[in-house]
Structures are given as structure tokens and as C-alpha cells.
Unconditional design. Structure first.
Length: 318
């Protein structure tokens, strides 16, 4: 799978200012040379992403931070040592050299070192940090397989690297250090509990306050076309008689016969497996021409926090 020829070709395209979709352990990214503002501008065009929504810069070595940030607070360093490479993004005060289009003019830049070997080789061989959002049209579900990328953006990207299905399946956890203390901006692949076991209590951002600074936190983000309802009970279900309803279940549901289709995130109730299957399951339900998707709530511990965050945004109630 780690075809050296295709990674080399993709790296050449990045160097020349092109766009490459590549696998990470969380979701597929749509990457460009972070120091080439024109290449980065094309990411926004292809995704139809508003320019006020900043991008994450991907590095292959923590030493690359020297080019990007003014300083690294001790707690940020501890987290990087513990969770990189992996699904953790840190937001730090940026150097002037980072083009403003990458970070929407903010004084900060979001950085992560992904774990997928293809992503790491790509960054290494391109010899530049790679700015990359998830490789989906703005507001839609993140892609966790190469087919998702091809179906939605395929004809607009210069190269697509196939690294198989993403292992983690939800995006990285974002922790900001921009205001001197740590703050969770987005729950993700590294559970908050694990982060707090390294640096102590982390403030959890409230959507109202942080929305302007982190538009990835917009309500109805990660949304399919079919309406998703997260808070429902038997009564609501019965009032929808005659409608085609799908169920997104965590484990095997009690009764599945009344649903047009049921997607089970993890038969054995494993949170990691559920996260890895989440976006593909919603996408599949979205292809079935249903009137409605009902989603089961999941306990908000560990990865359950990221899963519920994505489900709330998909249903528009975040
Ligand atoms: O797992 C991931 O993080 C994936 C893979 C491809 O690395 N990337 C990803 O990127 O999810 P994207 O663009 O879909 O989401 C990035 C989020 C957005 O919500 C954005 O607002 C926030 O990061 N962000 C980026 N830079 C920021 C900054 N300087 N301050 C605050 N939030 C920032
Ligand atoms: Mg995204």
C-alpha cells in the first residue's frame, strides 16, 4: 500500500503548488504546501470553504514547529510528546512567515503530526509542512475512505493517494494554547480524559464564545442530506408512520424490524470501532433516500464525546 512511486509523484505535485488528497489516521485530508498561499487558496475554492475558517498544518517532525510558531508552552510540549504522531492538533501563536490564508488572519496556527505512514512520507518528501482540511465539500461529512474522496472531489484534485480506510474515523482533538491556558476547541480522536491525565484539567470551550474563531464548530456541520434526529423516543417514531426511516445504532438495537435500514456502529459496543465506522455509516444511510435518520445517543466518555459532537452537528443541534 505504501507505494513509493505514487508518494514521490504526489510530493512533486505539492512542491509545484498542486493539491493532493492523502490519508491520515483520522480522515482523508486535502493538502497543499502551507507556505504557498496560492496553492492554499485553491483548497478553499475546491471545498467551497469560507476563507474565515482556518486550516490545520501537518508536519512530519516536531522540529518543523520552528518554522511555524513563536514558542511552545510546556503543556503543549507534553501533549505533543505523548500523542504525536496521532490525532491531536495544537493551536499556538504563529510566526509571521505563515501565510494569513492558512489561519484566516488569526494570530495562531493549528498544527498536527499525523500517524499514517503515507501522510508522514508525503510531508517528508514534499519538504514542506502541508496545510490540509478534511477532503470533503464544506459542511459535509469527512471522508474516511478513498472512494468518499473520489466521489465528492475527485475531478478537482491533482492527485489522490489511497491509504485504505482511516483507522480512527473522527477528526483530531484540537487544543488551543493561544490564551496562555489549555482549551479544548474540538473533541476528537484523543479522548479528553487522556489529555487531562497528562496536563490536568482542560477548559472546554463553549460553542457560543468560540464559534467565530473556530467555524468548524458551526452547527449543522458534518451534515448529510437526509435529516438526522438525535433526540427522539418511541412516540416521535410512531408519529412518522409511512415514512422511510433509518436507524444509526451504536450496538445491536432491541428491535430493528420497523426501520427501513439499520446501520450498527459496533456490534460488540467498542467505542473505537464505532468512531471508525461513524462517517461511512452516515454516508451509507444518506444514499438510501430515507425521509429521516434516527441516531442513538452514545455515552459521552472517551471517544463517545467526539462521536456525539459529530452527531449533534450532523443533526444541526450543536
Ligand atoms: O483530523 C483532522 O484534524 C483532519 C485531518 C485531515 O488532519 N483535519 C481536519 O481539518 O479536520 P478541518 O479543516 O476539517 O478542521 C479543522 C478545524 C476547523 O474547525 C478550524 O476552524 C479549526 O480546525 N482551526 C484551524 N486553525 C485554527 C486556529 N488557528 N484557531 C482555532 N481553530 C482553528
Ligand atoms: Mg472538516
Amino acid at each position: 500500500m505504501l507505494d513509493p512511486g505514487s508518494i514521490r509523484q504526489a510530493a512533486e505535485i505539492i512542491k509545484k503548488g498542486g493539491l493532493v488528497a492523502f490519508p491520515t489516521e483520522t480522515v482523508y485530508g486535502l493538502g497543499a504546501d502551507a507556505f504557498n498561499p496560492i496553492a492554499v487558496a485553491r483548497i478553499f475554492e475546491v471545498k467551497r470553504r469560507p476563507y474565515f475558517d482556518p486550516l490545520i498544518v501537518h508536519v512530519s517532525d516536531p522540529a518543523d514547529l520552528k518554522k511555524l510558531v513563536i514558542k511552545i508552552p510546556p503543556d503543549a510540549k507534553k501533549l505533543m510528546e505523548r500523542f504525536w504522531p496521532g490525532p491531536l492538533t495544537v493551536v499556538l501563536l504563529k510566526k509571521d512567515e505563515v501565510p494569513d490564508i492558512v489561519n484566516a488572519g488569526l494570530p495562531t496556527v493549528a498544527i498536527r503530526m499525523p500517524k499514517h505512514p503515507m501522510a508522514l512520507s508525503l510531508i517528508e518528501q514534499a519538504h514542506c509542512p502541508i496545510a490540509a482540511p478534511s477532503a470533503n465539500p464544506f459542511g459535509y461529512l469527512s471522508p474516511t475512505t478513498v472512494e468518499h474522496v473520489r466521489n465528492q472531489l475527485g475531478d478537482q484534485i491533482d492527485y489522490i493517494l489511497d491509504g485504505g480506510p482511516c483507522e480512527v474515523g473522527v477528526e483530531s482533538t484540537i487544543i488551543s494554547f493561544s490564551e496562555g491556558k489549555s482549551k479544548l476547541l474540538r473533541p476528537g480522536g484523543v479522548p479528553l480524559e487522556e489529555i487531562e491525565s497528562v496536563i490536568g484539567t482542560v477548559e472546554v470551550s463553549t460553542a457560543e464564545v468560540d464559534r467565530p474563531a473556530a467555524p468548524g464548530m458551526l452547527p449543522r456541520h458534518y451534515a448529510p442530506r437526509t435529516p438526522i434526529v438525535l433526540e427522539w423516543d418511541e412516540k416521535d417514531f410512531n408519529s412518522q408512520k409511512g415514512k422511510k426511516i433509518g436507524l444509526l445504532a451504536f450496538q445491536e438495537p432491541m428491535s430493528s424490524t420497523k426501520f427501513h435500514h439499520v446501520e450498527i456502529l459496533s456490534k460488540k459496543g467498542d467505542m473505537r470501532e464505532a468512531a471508525a465506522n461513524l462517517f461511512a455509516a452516515i454516508r451509507h444511510l444518506d444514499t438510501l433516500n430515507l425521509d429521516l435518520i434516527l441516531a442513538e445517543a452514545i455515552p459521552e466518555i472517551g471517544l463517545g464525546r467526539a462521536i456525539m459532537d459529530r452527531l449533534r452537528r450532523a443533526s444541526g443541534i450543536a
